[in-house]
Each structure stands twice: as structure tokens, then as C-alpha cells.
Design a protein around this ligand. Structure first.
Ligand code: NAD
Length: 296
């Protein structure tokens, strides 16, 4: 594809066979010329943790569609990660798979140095990897289970952000996106570790954004509601619990992984250049107290 200044936008539309086209040259951002506003991450290197499945896989694909080189990270299931890489390549994008346990500092350091060698230093980090943990009531629980959730969902993003910051600060640019949850706001009985980790990740987002604001680095969070992925298949896979879940959402549907992929490319892009230290809820109104929808 060649993009010439003044070239009609329609020429870009033919490059990818997507309904949503995410790539263009900077010229397209010049509103005086009435060009379409679209998202361009060409030349950016992105790491999406836990991107062999669910939300992470969708975020990785959207980043690649916007022109970024994507490190598809996996913890288990190299095959699935390689499938995502192949899908991205088939769509004309660039990706490679990388292994690591985000709850282990040494694994994370190794992961980043492998990405350095293959791609160069990352520009965008998406801290997506996470687990729900078991449903356990405090007192009847096993402390090691609590620790594990905190280790993956809070220490993991910290270890990754720490490595990302080392690479972003000298270049005075970068974006860190933390995937929290509606449960950074909404308490979840039986999942105190998960709720605490996500609320902690939300405050980490704010404090780190403040710390990095002089370095051209933005830190933001996305709080998904109920999105159809393997993590909650036991809920949406069962008609009774699906109905119960839908009753908790203001809009009449579950979220799709695309809802999160689209939010992530926007926040990663310069369209969001004045947004830092905040959480974008992508939850169809789950946090709006849907019980009050019909008054009461
Ligand atoms: P998922 O199970 O498909 O994805 C989780 C990913 O994290 C997997 O790829 C898994 O391999 C990886 N992972 C788990 N432990 C890891 C470890 N120790 N090291 C590295 N990677 C590890 O589920 P998902 O729904 O796609 O979840 C992605 C993120 O979104 C999670 O942080 C989750 O808490 C959050 N979230 C999901 C929903 C939802 O409804 N699906 C809602 C709110 C928040």
C-alpha cells in the first residue's frame, strides 16, 4: 500500500478486509481536510499478556489491525498462542508468541528481554493476564489461593509495568493499559481476592499515571463487565446462570471480546492522548445498579 498526501481515504479501505479499518497516515488526523478519524499504531510494539485466549487474543488482533507489531504472550497453551499469531499474519499483521508466568519476576524479566531481542523495546503494554480464583469465603478459605490471585492479578501487572517503564522512560513515551474489572468497584462475595486485586490494580493505575506523567507515559485501565470468554464459561454456558447474569447488566446482552479490543486500541492511540490515570468501564451498564432500571 502506498499512501500519498491527499490520496482519497477509499484507497486505505481496500488494504484490509475489515469493516472497521484502523490504519491510516497521520494526514488522516487533519480535521481541516475532513478526513476520517481512525486509529494508527503503525510502528508501535505491543505486549498483551495472556493473549492466547479471551480478551487478550481480541486485544492482540485489534492492535495488529491498527498496524502494531504484537507480542502474543501465553502461560499455558503455546498452540493456541501460535494460532493467534497465524490469524494475525493471515490478516497482514505482524506477531510472535512469547512464554512467561507473570506472577514470577524472573519470568517477566526474561519475557521482556526476549521481546527486546525479537522486536525491540515495547511502546504499549496491556496487562491482561488474570485469574478469578476459586469461590471461597474468608475463614473457610485456603490462604494460598488468595495469595495466588493477588500474585497473578496484582503482582503480575506490577512486574510487567516495572519492565515496561524501564524501556519507556528513556524514550519519554508509552502507554500501559491495565485490565481490571467492574469488580474494582462492585464487591463480589466469595471472590474477595479477585475484587481486592482489581481494586488494587485500579489504584496502581492512578498512582503510576501520576508518577509517569512527566515522561510522556500514560497509564489507564479498562474495567470489563461480563464478557463471553473461557474465564466465565461455566456461567454463560448454563441457561439459569446466564439469565441471572443478564439481569445484572443494564444493556440486554453479554459483552463480546471485540468490545474490549476496540476500547484498547482507542486508549493505546493518540486519540486518547489526554487520558491518563482513569478507568474506562466497558460493561453495558453493569455498574449502573440495573435493579433500579425500572424505578423503585
Ligand atoms: P481467559 O481465561 O481467557 O484469559 C486469561 C489469560 O491469562 C489466559 O490467557 C491465561 O493463560 C493467562 N494467565 C493466567 N495465569 C497466568 C499467569 N500466571 N501468567 C501469565 N498468564 C496467565 O479470561 P479473560 O476473560 O480473557 O480474562 C482476561 C482478563 O480480563 C483477566 O484479567 C480478567 O480478570 C479480566 N476480566 C474478564 C472479564 C470477563 O467477563 N471475561 C470481566 C472482567 C475482567
Amino acid at each position: 500500500m502506498t499512501l500519498l498526501s491527499g490520496q482519497p481515504f477509499v484507497a486505505i479501505l481496500s488494504y484490509h478486509e475489515y469493516c472497521l479499518i484502523l490504519r491510516c497516515d497521520a494526514y488522516a488526523m487533519d480535521l481541516d481536510k475532513k478526513s476520517k478519524v481512525i486509529i494508527d499504531l503503525t510502528g508501535k510494539i505491543v505486549l498483551v499478556t495472556g493473549s492466547s485466549s479471551g480478551l487478550g487474543a481480541a486485544i492482540a488482533k485489534y492492535m495488529a489491525r491498527a498496524g502494531a507489531k504484537v507480542a502474543v504472550h501465553y502461560h499455558s497453551g503455546k498452540d493456541r498462542a501460535d494460532e493467534i499469531v497465524n490469524e494475525i499474519k493471515k490478516d497482514g499483521g505482524f506477531a510472535m508468541s512469547f512464554y512467561g508466568d507473570v506472577s514470577k519476576k524472573d519470568d517477566v524479566m526474561k519475557l521482556f528481554s526476549e521481546i527486546d531481542s525479537s522486536f525491540g523495546p515495547i511502546d504499549i503494554l496491556v496487562n491482561n493476564a488474570g485469574i478469578d480464583g476459586k469461590r471461597e469465603l474468608v475463614g473457610d478459605d485456603v490462604p494460598e489461593d488468595w495469595e495466588k490471585v493477588i500474585q497473578v492479578n496484582l503482582m503480575g501487572p506490577y512486574y510487567c509495568a516495572r519492565e515496561a517503564v524501564k524501556r519507556m522512560k528513556p524514550r519519554k513515551s508509552g502507554v500501559i493499559i491495565n485490565i481490571t474489572s467492574v469488580h474494582e468497584y462492585v464487591p463480589w462475595s466469595g471472590y474477595t481476592a479477585y475484587s481486592s486485586a482489581k481494586a488494587g490494580l485500579s489504584m496502581f493505575t492512578k498512582a503510576l499515571a501520576q508518577e509517569l506523567s512527566d515522561y510522556g507515559i500514560r497509564v489507564v485501565a479498562i474495567a470489563p463487565g461480563a464478557i463471553k470468554t473461557p474465564i466465565n464459561k461455566d456461567v454463560w454456558g448454563n441457561p439459569e446462570s446466564l439469565k441471572d447474569l443478564l439481569d445484572k447488566i443494564a444493556m440486554p446482552r453479554l459483552g463480546e471480546v471485540d468490545d474490549i479490543g476496540q476500547a484498547a486500541v482507542f486508549l493505546a492511540s493518540d486519540l486518547a492522548s489526554y487520558i491518563t490515570g482513569t478507568t474506562l468501564l466497558v460493561d453495558g451498564g453493569m455498574a449502573l445498579y440495573p435493579d433500579f432500571k425500572h424505578g423503585g
